[in-house]
Ligand binder design. Structure first.
Ligand SMILES: NC(=O)c1ccc[n+]([C@@H]2O[C@H](COP(=O)([O-])OP(=O)(O)OC[C@H]3O[C@@H](n4cnc5c(N)ncnc54)[C@H](O)[C@@H]3O)[C@@H](O)[C@H]2O)c1
Length: 278
């Protein structure tokens, strides 16, 4: 039986990842601040043929993440898979977003992932026999759209560290994937912090008209793990946005700036969202 640690296991993508791992008969440490949600996931995991236990962990606290690593290796003897998935989102214009919202988003999305890597990697190397790390970023980590500063910054950091450890961990046969989806329906908007109704409505529209579910994304992650694939960019829209940016970053951002300057950027984004094109 293989062992996994999944953060943010109590909801959304974390839950679906746990269910896919259960089908593969993993024993899972389901970590979350929301232990009630994680308990619900555990019941579903057991139903699906897996096993595990709930572990209360706030990924913004480095001591808590270190204790989680100690607990996981003590309990399971080895950890084959770490999924740094816990995350939140914050919207607004830079300078208008309260600094507390910046810190909240960066602490969970960026520092949570750094702590996970920092405390698990040495132990995963030492145990030998390889392993796997999945970091959940977002399309926002590859393509920085306006009014999403904290999320863009945090998720770009998740992409950067994942690229770094992909090479560092290759000699230890520890594979790495970074997951960069556009919006899909979960409970993310319940915790979202925002400044204007437009920001909230845009996020809601992308959720309501998204073409992929959390289960679809989790399926893409499993396939990427099987192939040891670094970038997981599910869905055609996310792939096209990423391709456009890579083909001509200058032109890409000039176009977005043009739409904002000429006051149709927000309308265009809402149109794309309502047609499932973001
Ligand atoms: N839903 C989307 O549209 C979308 C798109 C791209 C990337 N993502 C990423 O997917 C990941 C999962 O998000 P989701 O959409 O399933 O949202 P969600 O809100 O449904 O689940 C997030 C989970 O993380 C947990 N969490 C929050 N803060 C935590 C903390 N400090 N310590 C431990 N756990 C904490 C929450 O309790 C929750 O169970 C996030 O990293 C998110 O940024 C989501």
């Amino acid at each position: 039986m293989k062992n996994a640690v999944v953060t943010g296991a109590g909801s959304g993508l974390g839950r679906e990842l746990c269910l896919k791992l259960a089908e593969r008969k993993y024993r899972i440490l389901l970590a979350d601040v929301n232990t009630a949600g994680a308990q619900e996931t555990l019941a579903l995991v057991k139903n699906a043929g897996g096993d595990g236990e709930v572990y209360e962990c706030d990924v913004t606290k480095k001591e808590a993440v270190e204790h989680m690593a100690l607990h996981a290796f003590d309990k399971f003897q080895r950890v084959d898979l770490l999924i740094n998935n816990a995350g939140v989102t914050s919207a607004g214009f830079t300078g208008e977003i309260p600094i507390n919202d910046w810190e909240w988003c960066i602490n969970i999305d960026m520092w949570g992932m750094i702590y996970g890597c920092h405390y698990f990697i040495p132990r995963m190397k030492a145990q030998g026999g390889g392993g796997y790390i999945v970091n959940v970023a977002s399309e926002a980590g590859l393509v920085c759209l306006p009014e999403m500063g904290p999320y863009n910054v945090a998720k770009a950091a998740v992409v950067a560290l994942s690229e770094t450890i992909k090479t560092e961990l290759a000699p230890h046969k520890i594979g790495v994937s970074v997951v960069c989806p556009s919006f899909f329906k979960t409970n993310l908007l319940k915790s979202m912090r925002y400044q204007t109704d437009y920001q909230r409505d845009l996020a809601q529209a992308t959720f309501d008209h998204g073409r992929l579910s959390a289960a679809d994304i989790a399926g893409c992650v499993m396939k990427a793990m099987d192939k040891n694939k670094l970038y997981v960019v599910p869905g055609l829209n996310a792939k096209l946005f990423w391709l456009d940016k890579r083909l001509s970053p200058e032109l890409f951002y000039r176009f977005i700036a043009f739409t904002l300057k000429n006051k149709f950027g927000e309308k265009l984004m809402m149109f794309l969202a309502r047609h499932g094109l973001t």
